[in-house]
Write a protein that binds this ligand. Structure first.
Ligand code: GDG
Length: 727
């Protein structure tokens, strides 16, 4: 929560929270009509019975709702799974990542607690914004109870590459949890890309650009680099300079004293939570390297280091604290002179005004995280530089480096580079400092935290509008009843049913997708109904389709219309097609099979299909694109076309498609109920070319010309069962 509630002598004390997220969102929350649900900072055991109501009241005053958590829950959920598993893993510290089943169970149950608290306050039309890696499962937990809710999720830390993320034992559950949201936000495009790649490879959902297609919904993923409350920092700095001698803080006096004594000496600032991701130990070592190699700067620079205590229950943080204490002690011992110590080290949290003292008094900010989602300190430092002097040295591993090109960007592991950059910063002419900061300030002012929050909310709102556009066509039970009514009252009916992805699910190998007994019985029953023609219309070869439906005298159209089998009769070649092009095209596709593991060619009589369902999803898409381009060039003016299906590319005669084939069946007949259902692009020809009053249905939520859509093959069967029962 934006406030931290502490217990002092049986009294509740409220202080503002530190930390990137809390600081960032506070101003947005203050201005809006919102409820902030979070943890108060006190465990159930810590709050005396008689103060329980007070805690609630203190939270309510700030439009907050406190979720009560026990010591055990905080241990397992916060210190445990969040900070010993997700935090290190997402920051690429695999050696620190634990996989403790008990912590995971508590993480799940606490996420449930949060979701339930949200649901208690939820009203129709509310927008719910879930924040950060502690609550990865909450979006889907809310979705399960409120399928129509508008949910956004923002991840404040990096999202690691697939190779790292895949090591998490509960990777599927975590991804499914986040995918409960309509919009998922990250600080940078890289994190977004890594997330999409994990979703595509682990859950195998279809990803195109920044959209993930789930059976029932579309999830959008985007990057929203978080800004700061610029005016707050700028104003604080302006006021700071208005302070009279007496109004100055003790810290400021010390800093002033230093500047007056040694006006030439430079102060180098470093501020972070004490965290191994922030590269504090490396920073000190790099500073040592700098002093070792450039003794001319002894007594000319000083590192002012503020490390804010954080997660001190986690062993790695305790070890890091010891390591930093030792490093600071050793280096101060090694270089100090009678009048100078190289490092001023503060291990505490400081009040806001002291933070401003530090930001405004130092000449250089040295921020060297090993990994950092964004790093707001870098932005705050620049915002407080009223006269536009000052140099920011920033690690390329911080999300902020993507937007702050005018800073001096360094690799935090390269001590030599850091050392050289320190010299560059110390010697940088004021004019250049101002030039750089001017551009940075302009950008930071524009992309403030308000803009960040507003952009996210706007994008979230838009996803809900996109959803409405789809909802109009979903076959709900009401729409299904209406279609059934029309079916019952019709005198002459025809049903065009696509096979793969519509009547049966996809399998790794096409030959495995044999019809099951339930399907055979269902099609048989429909086919026997009076005044009802059933046509299975597929891209498959005639031999497989014919063999599977040998016993059932249903009409078949194979290879998108190349062959037709009338009821109780033999296959006929229905179009004037040829296959003499195949020997030229086949070797080209074979080179793609060789280069793309998991792909293969399906030979049909009049077409060739290249399947890439089993290939690595990203590589598959890239190769499909390449092959499609190569083929289009190769076959131009040959009367052939390339069809892009569901994880398959097919080359066939242009004159043949499901639209032409289905329309042919209507010639000379007087159908008053036309129904067509299919799942991929090849079915679109049918949806576009059939008469307008036809009931065209797409399986899955994709762009379509069909009038309706259903979620999956189970729903398809439900509809057909209803037809069969009512015919
Ligand atoms: C996470 C991600 C991402 C620090 N010391 C004091 C103090 N602070 C304030 C700073 C700043 C905030 O804490 C630190 O924010 P950061 O962004 O640098 O880092 P994390 O806390 O790790 O935040 C990070 C962020 O979320 C937002 O998405 O940028 O990458 O790790 O605002 O001013 N404030 C006060 N006293 C201190 O001693 N008052």
């Amino acid at each position: 929560m934006p406030l931290q509630i502490n217990l002092e002598n049986n009294n509740l004390e409220v202080t503002p929270s530190v930390g990137g997220l809390a600081t960032g969102l506070k101003s947005f929350h203050k201005d809006g009509d919102s409820i902030w649900i979070g943890w108060s900072g006190l465990t159930e055991e810590e709050i005396p019975e008689n103060l329980l109501e007070d805690v609630k009241e203190k939270a309510r005053k700030e439009d907050c709702v406190a979720v009560n958590l026990s010591e055990e829950e905080i241990e397992g959920f916060y210190y445990g799974f969040s900070n010993r598993t997700i935090w290190p893993l997402f920051h690429y510290f695999m050696e620190y990542t634990e996989a403790d089943k008990d912590h995971w169970e508590i993480y799940k149950s606490v996420n449930k607690k949060y979701a339930e608290e949200v649901l208690k306050h939820y009203e129709d039309g509310d927008h719910i914004w879930v924040h950060d890696y502690q609550l990865l499962l909450v979006p889907n937990m809310i979705r399960e109870q409120q399928p129509e809710a508008i949910i956004g999720f923002f991840n404040h830390i990096p999202f690691p590459s697939y190779e790292v993320f895949r090591t998490l034992p509960w990777r599927d559950e975590v991804l499914k949890g986040v995918l409960g949201a309509d919009l998922i936000g990250f600080h940078t495009y890289d994190y977004e890309r890594h997330f999409l790649s994990s979703v595509s490879r682990i859950l195998r959902h279809q990803v195109s650009f920044n959209e993930i297609t789930l059976p029932e919904r579309i999830v959008k993923v985007d990057s929203f680099p978080m800004g700061i409350d610029y005016n707050k920092f700028e104003d604080a700095a302006l006021n700071h300079f208005k302070n009279t001698e007496e109004q100055r803080t003790e810290l400021q006096r010390r800093l002033d004293h230093h500047t007056n004594e040694t006006p030439e000496a430079k102060l180098i600032l470093s501020i972070d939570r004490l965290d191994y991701t922030k590269g504090i130990a490396n920073r000190i070592r790099a500073f040592e390297y700098f002093l070792d190699n450039h003794p001319e700067f002894i007594e000319k620079v000083r590192l002012v280091m503020l490390a804010v205590p954080s997660r001190s229950n986690v062993p790695q943080y305790q070890r890091l604290k010891r390591e930093i204490d030792e490093l600071v002690g050793r280096i101060n011992g090694k270089f100090s002179t009678v009048s100078w110590t190289p490092i001023w080290y503060f291990y505490r949290s400081m009040p806001f005004e002291n933070l401003i003292d530090l930001y405004t008094s130092c000449d250089i900010a040295l921020l060297t995280p090993i990994r950092d989602g964004m790093n707001l300190v870098a932005k705050e430092f620049v915002a407080t530089r009223i006269n536009q002097t000052g140099v920011l040295i920033l690690s390329e591993m911080a999300g902020a480096a993507h937007e702050m090109n005018e800073a001096l960007i360094i690799n935090p592991n390269n001590f030599e580079q850091i050392s050289e950059t320190l010299i560059q910063a110390i010697e940088m002419p004021e004019e250049e400092q101002k030039q750089r900061n001017k551009i940075l300030q302009k950008r930071l002012k524009r992309y403030s935290v308000e803009k960040w929050a507003n952009d996210f909310m706007k994008a979230l709102h838009e996803t809900s509008q996109d959803r409405d556009a789809f909802k109009a066509r979903r076959i709900s039970s009401k729409v299904s009843d209406e279609i059934l009514e029309k079916f019952k009252n019709a005198k002459n009916r025809i049903l065009f049913l696509d096979y793969d992805g519509t009547l049966v699910n996809f399998t790794d190998k096409p030959e495995k997708a044999k019809p099951d007994q339930e399907l055979i019985d269902l099609v048989h029953k429909l086919n026997q109904s009076a005044n009802t023609d059933v046509v299975l219309i597929s891209g498959r070869d005639k031999d497989t389709l014919g063999a599977w439906w040998q016993e059932i005298p249903v009409e078949l159209i194979s290879e998108h219309g190349v062959w037709m089998r009338q009821k109780d009769s033999e296959w006929e070649l229905s179009e004037n097609v040829n296959n003499d092009w195949m020997s030229a095209v086949r070797p080209v596709i074979e080179t793609f099979v060789d280069r793309t593991p998991g792909t293969f060619i399906e030979d049909k009589n009049y077409s060739l299909a290249w399947h890439y369902r089993k290939a690595d999803p990203e590589l598959g898409e890239i190769r499909a694109n390449e092959l499609s381009n190569v083929l289009k060039e190769l076959i131009s003016n040959r009367g052939l076309s390339v069809l892009e299906g569901n994880k398959v590319l097919e080359i066939k005669s242009s004159g043949v498609n499901k639209g032409k084939a289905s329309n042919k069946k209507l010639v000379g007949k007087d159908y008053d109920f036309i129904f067509a259902i299919g799942d991929d692009w090849t079915d679109e020809y049918m949806f576009e070319e059939l008469p307008e009053n036809s009931f065209t249905v797409k399986v899955g939520m994709k762009k379509t010309s069909a009038r309706y859509y259903v979620e999956d093959t189970l729903k398809v069967r439900d509809i057909l069962k209803k037809f069969a029962e009512n015919s």
